[in-house]
Design a protein around this ligand. Structure first.
Ligand code: AKG
Ligand code: FE2
Length: 363
């Protein structure tokens, strides 16, 4: 498997600095939610920004409620299958999943894995003020990118500590030459103690892909070494690795070439967050042709219809298997193995159950 990368043009030497560093023409009239030019400049200069006080508590509460419902469903499923003895109904948003984890280790992975995007997250994704801001980064034609995640980061869970990577490392090469901004939105004050994010400032500037390996520890995550950030991406790892707390109501906005990671959650609360992405609908989505995005805005059609039915009809995990597996495996609902096309993209330096499942299933 280790020769895989050298067999093909893997795009590692190609550089696309422009989409990641050049400020696009700004909208002529200022719309609600849009940021001062200074902050937009900072995004393109440093590769990320923190946007504070953007969402009201009322706007975020439906998301918290949706997470509670997802945890409730998971608890019932585990209980009915005899996997846990208690439903832990008396525990709230920041504790209940931890209790489920105690009785069924990997409950947090199950929730991470079996995600159907709830209405509340969809509403946030195409929030008009947020799209006005995204327009400042990618222009007036905006689609939601198919890769989104809800992070179920329970206290001390090693499975939810994401090592250094560029998001392009999870995408196929078609993503490399265009900007795919991510809003990373926490559902509590995210800080160093509960496992907020760290950014490798300026690592986006060359618009270049670093050489990743996989998979990190016992996880399905790819890994970018600090040495590689230093030598290939020009990151001064002594000075430019910054911890980025994000107060509730705000979010972190970053691009698909900036290296980032998340810290361990040493607190007693679950660190809930979602990451949502956008791009121009005229570019390839760069997710191995597994899923398309969803058009939110069109410069030529102000009444463009958001085709949620089409978007929701695609189960990206099912398509992934149907398209790339030798045969579709009927996995049990409580299986905590995760595979994805990114595993085939990089050298497998560390074998674990996820890489083994990948190698076994993909021809
Ligand atoms: O939330 C995390 O721990 C990691 C998030 C991340 O890597 C992303 O949103 O791209
Ligand atoms: Fe990421």
């Amino acid at each position: 498997m280790s020769s895989r990368r050298s067999d093909k043009n893997d795009g590692l030497t190609d550089c696309y600095p422009e989409p990641y560093t050049k400020i696009p023409p700004q909208p002529t009239e200022k719309k609600p939610g849009q940021l001062p030019l200074e902050q937009i400049k900072q995004f393109f200069e440093e590769g990320y920004i923190v946007v504070e006080n953007f969402f009201s508590k009322d706007e975020l509460q439906p998301c918290r409620d949706a997470i509670n419902e997802m945890v409730e469903l998971l608890a019932n499923k585990l209980y009915e299958a005899g996997k846990i003895k208690h439903l832990f109904k008396e525990y709230g948003l920041f504790q209940r999943l931890t209790k489920l984890e105690e009785e069924f280790p990997g409950a947090n992975i199950l929730l991470f894995k079996h995600q159907k995007i709830p209405k509340a997250f969809r509403d946030l994704w195409c929030n008009e003020r947020l799209l006005n801001l995204i327009e400042q980064l990618i222009g007036p034609d905006i689609a939601g990118h198919p890769v989104w995640n809800m992070r179920t980061k329970t206290p001390n869970s090693k499975a939810m500590v994401v090592p250094w990577h560029q998001d392009n490392g999870y995408f196929s090469e078609e993503a490399y030459d265009h900007l795919i901004p991510t809003a990373w939105i926490p559902f509590l004050d995210a800080n160093e103690e509960n496992g907020c994010m760290q950014m490798a400032r300026f690592g986006h500037k060359q618009g270049k892909m670093g050489n990743h390996t996989c998979c990190h520890s016992d996880t399905w995550f790819i890994d970018l070494s600090e040495e590689e950030m230093n030598t290939s991406l020009g990151v001064d790892t002594e000075k430019d690795l910054v911890t980025v707390p994000v107060p509730y109501g705000g979010f972190l906005l970053f691009s698909n070439t900036i290296p980032h990671r998340s810290l361990p959650n040493k607190s007693n609360d679950v660190r809930w967050s979602i990451d949502l992405r956008w791009q121009s609908p005229f570019e390839n989505y760069g997710f191995y042709d597994i899923a398309e995005g969803i058009v939110f805005r069109s410069s030529t059609d102000p009444d463009v219809k958001k085709d949620w039915d089409k978007f929701l009809s695609v189960d990206r995990k099912e398509v992934w298997q149907k398209k790339y597996f030798k045969q579709v495996v009927e996995t049990d609902h409580f299986d905590t193995t995760i595979t994805g096309p990114w595993i085939g993209r990089w050298e497998i330096k560390n074998e674990n159950k996820h890489t083994k499942a990948f190698t076994k299933s993909v021809s």
